[in-house]
Design a protein. Structure first.
Length: 249
């Protein structure tokens, strides 16, 4: 019997697979911290209990893959990015469990603050695209998208700089049709490598420039279609308990 062949996926392919599964399951992610907000950890929301105002979260994992030491009754800070706003809030670790997977229960949600960051909604995606910059091309993954911009995941080793102009080519499926777009962009932020499960992938924020009317309509229709597909139970829970941040905040 012939031995089985293991398919070696690239860092970008592994991210695309993980991201697609996350979106398929309508899984939300938070950034959490204990003590200093300078060291944040991404966690997955496994359960939401609106009445108890509590969450079930995956146990935080450090950059080396080891579990972060967490204790019961420990205070934690949390950050969640919704389609149009960012929420920060505090919680308490009320329980820990290790089987079948390490999880923590975060209760006593309080001090919820809503920061409106954009007028145009942004949705999570796992869209393959092509980056055109400096006379060359690189495969990229768009991990979120709006009419005005996107988050780009890049694993080729190419470095982008804020202010750099480039183009992104992608194909969106909308109303039973494929729409091919080539969008002028400007890099607006370097977000580093924030995902310990995909340490070879670098993330950038880009803003779309000079988008024509047809491309704008396709982007808007795709974003609205995706918003209908995605659950917003966590957003409703936080919005019900949030205060709006002032411009000074």
């Amino acid at each position: 019997m012939k031995g089985s062949t293991t398919i070696e996926r690239s860092p970008l392919e592994r991210l695309a697979r993980a991201r697609a599964l996350q979106l398929q399951r309508h899984v939300e992610q938070l950034q959490v911290w204990f003590g200093s907000a300078q060291r944040q950890f991404p966690v997955t929301v496994f359960g939401i209990y609106p009445t108890e105002r509590s969450l079930v979260l995956s146990a935080p994992v450090g950059a080396d893959g080891s579990l972060v030491a967490v204790m019961r009754d420990q205070a934690m800070g949390c950050r969640w990015s919704g389609p149009v706003a960012v929420y920060t809030f505090k919680a308490m670790v009320t329980e820990l469990a290790h089987r079948p997977h390490p999880v923590l229960f975060a209760g006593q949600l309080n001090s919820v603050v809503r920061f409106t960051r954009r007028q145009l909604p942004r949705v999570g995606t796992a869209l393959p695209a092509t980056l055109h910059a400096g006379g060359g091309t690189d495969p990229v993954l768009l991990t979120d998208l709006s009419v005005a911009g996107a988050q780009v995941a890049l694993a080729s080793g190419r470095t982008l700089q804020p202010g750099q102009e480039l183009q992104i080519g992608l194909r969106l499926h909308l109303l039973d049709r494929d729409h091919t777009l080539r969008l002028d962009c400007t890099v607006v932020s370097d977000r580093g490598e924030p995902d310990p499960e995909h340490p070879l992938v670098h993330f950038y924020g880009v803003h779309f420039e000079r988008v024509d009317e047809l491309a704008s309509l396709v982007l808007l229709g795709f974003v609205q279609q995706r918003m209908l597909q995605q659950s917003d139970q966590l957003g409703r829970l936080l919005q019900a308990n949030a205060v709006e941040a002032t411009a000074r905040d």
